[in-house]
Design a protein around this ligand. Sequence first.
Ligand SMILES: [Zn+2]
Length: 328
Amino acid sequence: MMKVISKMNLKKILIDKIKQSGGWVNAHSHLDRAYTLTKKNFKYSYFSLKKKWYLVDDMKRLSTQEDIYMRMEKALENFLIQGTQALCSFIDVDEIIEDRALKAAQKLQKNYENSIKICFANQVLKGVLDKNAQYWFEKSVDFVDIIGGLPAKDDGKENQHLDLLLKTAKKNGKIVHVHVDQFNSNQEKETEKLAKKTIEHGMQGKVVAVHSISLAAHSKYYRYHTYQLMKKANLMVISCPIAWIDHNRNELLTPNHNSITPVDEMVPEGIIVAIGTDNISDIYKPFSDGDLWIELRVMLEACHYYNIDQLVKIATVNGLKVLGLKQT
Ligand SMILES: [Zn+2]
C-alpha cells in the first residue's frame, strides 16, 4: 500500500507568506501590564472584567516608571523574536498610574525606533467623563498616536464618552480605537453605536472597533444590518481571539456561535479585520504568552475560516491599516 504523507504544511505556508508581507502586526496589546501576574493576584483571574478594572489599581499604584519600562521591553522583545513589523499598545493614563506608563512608553519608542514601528493609545480605565479621568485623558492626547476608548466604563453615558473621543481625535488629526461589545451578549449594541457615531462626526475610515464579540450573539438579520452600517462608516475591527474565547457559559439563548469576532462573516462583507494579542500574563489573561501564531490559529479554528490570503492580510497589512500606517 502506498504511504500518503501530506505535503501541505499550512502553518509553514501561512508563516512564510506573513514574512513575505513584512512580518506580523500586533494591532492591540497592553504592554504596560504584561507579566504582572503574581502568586498573590492570580486568584483575581476568576473575577469579572468590570471588577478587574479596579483590581489592577494596587499593582498600578506600586509600579515605578522603571518597572513599567522593564515589562514593556520584555514584551516587545517577545514580539521582535516573532518577526513583528508593527505593534500597538494601549497605556494606562489615569489618576492611579498618572504619567508613569506614558513616560516608560516614550522611552521604549525612542530605544526601539529603528527596530519596530510602535503606536500608542491611551487606555481610559477610569472613563473620560469624570473630572479626574478627563484631566489625565487630556494630558495624554499629545503623546499618543491613537485616541483610545472604553465606553462601558462610562455606563449609561456611552454616547457622551464616544462624542468626547471622536471630537478630540478630529481636532488633533488622530485615529480612534474603541473597546466595544466585549461581553458576548445580545444585550450589547456598541459596535452599531460606534458606527453611527463615526458617521455623525464625519470620521469615516478613522475609527476602529476593538473586539466586537457580542455581534456574534445577535440574529443574522441584526449582524448583517450592522455590517452594512460598518461599511458605511468604514469602521475597521481588531479581533483578539484568545482574549474573549473564555467567556463563561450562561443560560441565555442566542444563535449558536463561538465567543469571537465573527471574522468569517466580516471579511467577505468587505470589512477590514486585524489581529491583536491583548493582555499577556496578567490577571486578565494569566496563560496568554503573546504568541501571534497561536492567536491566528485560534481565530481560524473558532471562525472555521481557512482563506489563506485573507488570514495573511489579517496578520499583516490590515494591521498597518488599522494603525493608520497604510491607506485603507
Ligand atoms: Zn484591550
